[in-house]
Structure formats: C-alpha cells, structure tokens
Design a protein around this ligand. Sequence first.
Ligand code: NAD
Ligand code: WQD
Length: 334
Amino acid sequence: MKILVTGGAGFIGSHTCVELLGKGHDLVVMDNFCNSKPEVLDSIKSIAGRDFAFYKTDLRDFRGLSAIFREQKIDAVIHFAGLKAVGESVQKPLAYYDNNIGGTLMLCQVMEEFGCRRMVFSSSATVYGMDNPVPFREEYPTSATNPYGYSKVAIERILSDLSVSDPRWSVSLLRYFNPIGAHPSGLIGEDPSGIPNNLLPYVAQVAAGRLKELSVYGDDYDTPDGTGVRDYIHVVDLALGHLAALDYIMDHNGVQAVNLGTGKGTSVLDIVHAFERACGRPIPCRTAPRRPGDIAVCYADTQKARELFGWEAARDIDQMCADGWNFARRHYGA
Ligand code: NAD
Ligand code: WQD
C-alpha cells in the first residue's frame, strides 16, 4: 500500500514511518519542517534501510497537496501534521485554528477530489477535558480548555460529519495519551525547540545538564504521592498502533475514536525515579505550584483498541526512560 504521512518528520510521525517501511509499505512523506528538521528523513532511511518520496509543502497549500495526490497513487493518509503546544495555542489561537483545522480541511478536500477516503488522524486524550472520570472511555463527551484542545475536538467533529455524509470514508481518530521514549537506535526521538513544555523532554535535558532542575507542578493532588498521574506510552508502541489502525480502516468504513494508551497511571515522581535509574544520575527537583489547566489523573481505557485493532502497548516505563535517555545522551552529547 502507498501511504501519505503528513508531518512525517515529527516525533510520532518519524517513528511511524520507520514501522511502515519495516512492514513493506510504500511511503510518501510531507512536512513543512515548522517543528522538525530535514535530517530526520535520513535517520528514518538509515534505520529502515529503505527510501521513500518526500514533499516539502504546507498542508494549507492546495497546489502543493494536489501535486502529491496527482503524482502518487495514495491509498490512505496518516495525518500527524499540526501544531501541538498547549500554552502557545492560548497565545496564538488563530495560528492554531488555521494550521490544525484549516490544514485538515484542505487535506480532506484534496483527498475527496482524488477519491482517497481513508485517514488515520492524530487526536489526543486532551479531548476528554476536565470533567470525565478515569479511565477515559471513547464514548465520553468531549470538551477542551484551550485552543489546541478545541482544534482536536473540532477536527474529530469535521471528520465524523464527513464520514456520515459519505459512507465511503473510513476514518480512525486515535486519541494518544502521553507519548514518550525514542527509537532504540537512538537516531530519532523528541527534540523540542526552546525550553520543553512536556515532562519527559524536560527531565531528559536536566539529566543531560542542559537545564538546572525540574519544577514538579503540584505535590498536593489527590494521588498516591501527590503529583500528577498520566498514561505514558512508548512512541514505538504508539507507532505500531497506527499500523493496526491502518489495517482496520482498510476493511471497515465509518469513523471510530480509539484510545492509544497503556491503561496504567504513572506519577511525576515515578517518572523522575525511572529516569534516574535509566541515566544513573540524580534529577534535581523542586516543588512548584500546580500548572493551570492540569488535571490530577489521566489514563486510558484500552479495551476498544484491543477489541477493534488487536493492539496493545508492550513497553514499560523503564524501557521508555532507557530509550528516551539513549536518544538524549547521543543528541545532546551528554
Ligand atoms: P511534532 O511537532 O513533532 O510533529 C508534527 C509535524 O508536523 C512536524 O514535523 C511539523 O513540522 C509538521 N507540520 C506542522 N504543521 C504543518 C503544516 N501546516 N504543513 C506541513 N507540516 C506541518 O508533533 P508530534 O508530537 O509528532 O505530534 C504529531 C501529532 O500528534 C500532532 O497532530 C499532535 O497534535 C498529536 N498529538 C501529539 C501528542 C504528543 O504529546 N506528542 C499527544 C497527542 C496528540
Ligand atoms: C505531564 C505531567 C505535569 C512538566 C500534554 C498536553 C496533551 C498531550 C500530551 C498533545 C503533568 C507534570 C510537566 C514539568 C511537571 N499533547 N509536569 N513539570 O500535560 O499530561 O499533556 O502533552 O495532545 O494535550 O496537554 O503532559 O508532559 O506536559 O505533563 O511537573 O516541567 O508532568 O503537571 O502532571 P500533559 P506533560
């Protein structure tokens, strides 16, 4: 099958490209590198030992997107491209709505024009909002607290409406929990520009000596050690979830939202200790006030992914931290 991967140079996209190539799929990758680097494409090729087509274009560029579909016979699209920083989305809501919603609308229009109606979309556990009980189940109502989250809620709605309007569409809305870790080769991983917003890249940069200490946002939550609990998932497991979703949409029309998580909750301090085991160094921490918009506990109900896709995550927190450190160590020369 020939798969178009939008945002394929990014963190999750690059790992998914490696797995797709390994499974024998033909790949067409597109990215505008607004949050990634061209060198990642060489790393994907060197891990997979195979080449693929690449287009540097923006999702919102109608001509650029049309050229891809005209030149390549695309069977399905895995759509990662989007902006993802929650705090930045509050500062720049129009940029987020334009890029994420506007880009997806353009993609759907071009897909429709070329008769390609199969899509796996990167949604997020953020669509469960602040008020649902854990574990989060796919049938829960969706909501958001920031423009990034609203863009995911809106895109889920757009793709669902599209699928209802034309039953030839086949769409998988994958709600990722907290992807971390890196490819075991250490050649690709998460490399945010500037000061990281997310826990794992921050911890990795403290371990590598690039940042002084971790601020633990809140130690008075109603959780076993008082710190926030999340469902961390190894990015390679997440990538494999996309292959399972792809298999599913080839045989099933309609739209399905599916959680990709481990179903297990891990606290901030559990992560710090696991990372210390992985890197053999202490991670200096200080307690800081709660971060606005954070919930205490977030983890997935994983039944639907098992039943529909026959997929479940296999890698544990120690593996996630070991692979994350292996990448950070090589990348930052620590
Ligand atoms: P990332 O920023 O590493 O990758 C996104 C890629 O898309 C980047 O390479 C970027 O350059 C590209 N891109 C962005 N806008 C584009 C545009 N208009 N045209 C072309 N390319 C564009 O992010 P990621 O962590 O790999 O996330 C991938 C997807 O998964 C995103 O949609 C994100 O919202 C979603 N997601 C991520 C997480 C997470 O914690 N990483 C969690 C849930 C959902
Ligand atoms: C995890 C835990 C923090 C940084 C975000 C998005 C979500 C999804 C995944 C895209 C929390 C604590 C963090 C730090 C800390 N992305 N923390 N010190 O907030 O669960 O989810 O990324 O869809 O939409 O909101 O992930 O890694 O930022 O935080 O104590 O410096 O670590 O309070 O408990 P989060 P995170």
